[in-house]
Design a protein around this ligand. Structure first.
Ligand SMILES: *Cc1c(COP(=O)(O)O)cnc(C)c1O
Length: 379
């Protein structure tokens, strides 16, 4: 089977993990600090705070903003469920907004439709790596005095208005899960323009301690820490950060390779009636973390039938992005019109795209999609 995705890991990452183990320093330490510096440089963020996942980064973002019970947080339903869950973690109510049909992202239009006087924050997702149109959302949030958080889980290496995605974000959250481009096994990052938020995030990820374990270790004198507020254990390990440093050096190559493979798909699948491929919006460039296609009514098969046909051809594809409001976890949760979300989640699928995807294997995928498109007339 041709897998739908595969992380790009090699001997260098294995050595980096082994080096961290041999150093004797395996928990959050010098490698985490260096990974933060390098990541901040790469995404042009003034401050980066490494954490255990993007989910914990998102939780910290809402916690830092002081959002809690009685508050509403606007999120797309068309996202991995963690985007909505983090609002629940702080006792707030996630409010699902619909997305734009072109790119599957929130927009000023879809967010405005669900704002109330209880809205305290909006979490915009750069879904699958496609940059969302952040500027109009920033303007809207500023007008209304609400916070904007960027869920950039998928978007390391994507650009928006010729700058890295997340540039200028008060708060952005990133993922290093193996499903994304850059991986540390599990891991995440919080980036921010605000030094105060960064300092508090550093403390909150480490139990609210006044001095970090790394600082205490470096000191020649005994250091008595105090616990300034109730924090969490959201630390990244130095083993993970060692791997992350190697992965970060490869990010440009990863993006280049993915964009080349995506261009091959776009060319080869163009002109198939009833099939649309994900594309760069005018506002920026995707890292193509997920290469999705949408099937329209003219396509002779349903999405699930096409998934079956691809499996028969030895191709492991996936149903497209989920819709959180349809999951049992959100059963009965009120929401407004989510018709674009529902159409996209029902009619999209993700094709194999990963760094090591051989062009011959990609041809098998393309051949299988083309064969399915010709399989039978529209009934
Ligand atoms: C993957 C993902 C997350 C969760 O990331 P973890 O690092 O696995 O916690 C959150 N939001 C979006 C949009 C994602 O794709």
């Amino acid at each position: 089977m041709i897998p739908v995705m595969k992380p790009w890991l090699g001997e260098e990452e294995a050595d980096a993990a082994a080096d961290a183990v041999r150093s004797g320093w395996v928990a959050q330490g010098p490698r985490v600090a260096e990974f933060e510096t390098r990541f901040a440089e790469r995404v042009a963020a003034p401050h980066a705070v490494a954490v255990s996942s993007c989910t914990t980064a998102l939780h910290l973002c809402l916690h830092l903003l002081g959002i809690g019970p009685g508050d509403e947080v606007v999120v797309p339903s068309f996202s991995f469920i963690a985007t909505a869950n983090c609002a629940v973690y702080v006792g707030a109510t996630p409010v699902f907004a619909d997305v734009e049909p072109e790119d599957g992202n929130l927009s000023r239009r879809t967010v405005e439709a669900v704002l109330t006087d209880r809205t305290r924050a909006v979490i915009v997702v750069h879904q699958g790596g496609v940059p969302a149109d952040v500027e109009p959302l920033q303007a809207l949030c500023q007008e209304r005095g609400i916070a904007l958080v960027e869920d950039a889980a998928c978007a390391a290496g994507s650009t928006y208005l010729e700058a890295p995605v997340g540039v200028g974000a008060t708060l952005a959250a990133w993922s290093f899960h193996p499903r994304k481009l850059l991986t540390t096994g599990e891991g995440g990052m919080l980036t921010t323009t605000e030094p105060d938020l960064a300092a508090r995030a550093r403390r909150l990820r480490e139990h609210g301690m006044s001095v970090s374990a790394a600082e205490r270790h470096r000191s020649r004198q005994p250091v008595l820490e105090s616990y300034l507020e109730v924090g969490f254990n959201y630390r990244m390990t130095d083993i993970q950060a060692g791997v992350g440093l190697v992965q970060l050096r490869k990010l440009d190559a990863m993006v280049e390779r993915r964009r080349a493979l995506a261009a091959l798909y776009q060319e080869a699948l163009a002109g198939i009636p009833g099939l649309r491929t994900v594309r760069d919006p005018e506002r920026g460039e995707s890292n193509y973390q997920s290469f999705w296609v949408e099937l329209g009514p003219e396509f002779p098969m349903s999405r699930n039938e096409l998934l079956g046909a691809l499996a028969d051809a030895g191709v492991s594809a996936r149903a497209g992005i989920m819709a959180a409001h349809r999951q049992p976890a959100y059963a009965g949760h009120p929401h407004g019109d989510l018709s674009t979300t529902e159409r996209l989640t029902d009619r999209t699928l993700i094709l194999p795209l990963y760094h090591d995807l051989a062009v011959e294997d990609q041809d098998i995928v393309i051949g299988a999609v083309r064969a399915a498109a010709k399989s039978r007339a529209v009934s």
